[in-house]
Design a protein around this ligand. Structure first.
Ligand code: GTP
Length: 374
């Protein structure tokens, strides 16, 4: 038996309004809920039992996956009444582990698309006898991440969360959100309170001279926490730039799921995915985008690097760039949205009339500024 904990309890605030009704790990990425890719990769690496640490919209996870048999996994669900943070969630989920104190337990953030060799990471952990082994990535701009410098032997020497000043940026290695814990180390995390594994647990382990290792690799890696990364991750899966056993079709320039209707005069490219029940009309150009269940892209509309929510309507000739369109929103014909706009779930934008400069806000709290564009 090989066990893992998957952290899926976050609110996904940066992806609102897509996450207003759907937790981030269940958003469709390359045609299936993102979590399905992660579960399938874990199963392929020999993981047999996974405890999902849920909180936000918790009931939707069990409704989607049940006991996990469909994926060849045994799944358990542990729900936090109030979110316990990453470390608190790991400790709480550990109540349902069956591993012995010395066994390795994998822990995954539920929003990382990665090609890491999970089995090799676990084997490295065992071979070195570490207390915790972290997957690390090298990135060009590490300011948004937790820095994890290592010595020549691969031992972690510090944890620096979200460095701001140049002096603080002492490495380009970041915490990639995938860990192997020796089970007994999880059991030492304080129970029943909020704990950040990044800010509290890992630094405390170093302070007590625990054996904490980092493994840097060159595999694909993307944190799907922002709208831009979300659509990019989906497009990269569709184009085969990162592989997943759960991709529901051959890799290519676009993925059209059964039950979608695409007019022969429409153009799909850049790893676009069109979900079941969605309709793409004549002359529409959809590039590098995620079109969700039941959405409609009207005639000659252009959609670039955008996420179009369930049952949303994009009118004739309307153009979107890096937009996030909430479930059920309607953009009537002839609108041209500035890049990066988010439209609230259910919003209605009249024809030829509206430009939006909306800050990221949850459903129902959008503020519209209107000006005529034509
Ligand atoms: P943002 O609100 O946009 O930052 O997203 P998020 O809520 O997912 O937070 P973040 O990206 O920092 O979380 C990293 C991972 O940990 C994600 O997979 C979250 O689902 C998960 N996570 C964060 N906080 C909690 C928590 O309190 N409980 C549980 N169970 N999981 C959590």
């Amino acid at each position: 038996m090989s066990e893992a904990i998957l952290l899926v309890g976050g609110q996904g605030t940066r992806l609102r309004p897509l996450t207003s009704h759907t937790p981030k790990p269940l958003l469709p990425v390359a045609g299936v809920p993102f979590l399905t890719h992660q579960l399938a990769r874990a199963a392929a690496a020999g993981v047999t039992r996974i405890v999902l640490a849920t909180s936000y919209l918790a009931e939707l996870f069990e409704a989607e996956y049940g006991n996990g048999a469909r994926l060849g996994l045994e799944l358990e669900y542990v729900t936090e009444e109030t979110a316990l943070g990453t470390g608190g969630a790991i400790r709480n989920a550990a109540r349902r582990l069956r591993s012995a104190p010395g066994d390795p337990v994998l822990v995954f953030n539920g929003d990382i698309l990665s090609g890491v060799d999970i089995a090799a990471l676990r084997a490295h952990h065992r071979a070195t006898g570490a207390d915790v082994t972290l997957h690390l990535k090298r990135v060009a701009d590490p300011r948004a991440f937790g820095l994890v410098p290592t010595d020549a032997d691969g031992r972690v020497t510090a944890f620096l969360e979200k460095p701001q000043t140049p002096e603080e940026i002492i490495t380009d290695q970041i915490n990639a959100g995938c860990y192997v814990f020796t089970r007994s180390v999880i059991d030492r995390i304080p129970p029943d309170r909020v704990v950040s594994v990044e800010r509290e647990t890992f630094p405390a382990l170093l302070a007590t001279n625990a054996h904490v290792r980092g493994v840097v690799d060159e595999s694909y890696w993307l944190d799907l926490g922002t709208p831009a990364a979300f659509v990019q991750g989906s497009a990269d899966l569709v184009r085969g730039r990162v592989t997943s056993p759960a991709l529901p079709g051959p890799a290519g320039d676009a993925l059209v799921l059964p039950g979608a209707r695409v007019h022969p005069g429409a153009l799909l490219s850049g790893g676009t995915v069109v979900a079941a029940g969605a309709v793409i009309d004549e002359g529409a150009v959809v590039e590098g985008s995620v079109v969700m269940t039941g959405a409609r892209i009207g005639r000659s509309a252009t959609v670039h690097a955008s996420a179009v929510g369930r049952h949303a309507r994009i009118g004739t000739g309307t153009s979107l760039d890096a937009a996030v369109i909430g479930d059920g929103a309607t953009l009537a014909e002839g609108n041209e949205l500035p890049p990066g706009v988010r439209i609230a779930c259910g919003a209605r934008i009249p024809p030829y009339s509206v430009r939006l400069s909306a800050p990221p806000t949850p459903c129902g709290q959008e503020h519209h500024t209107r000006e005529h564009v034509a």
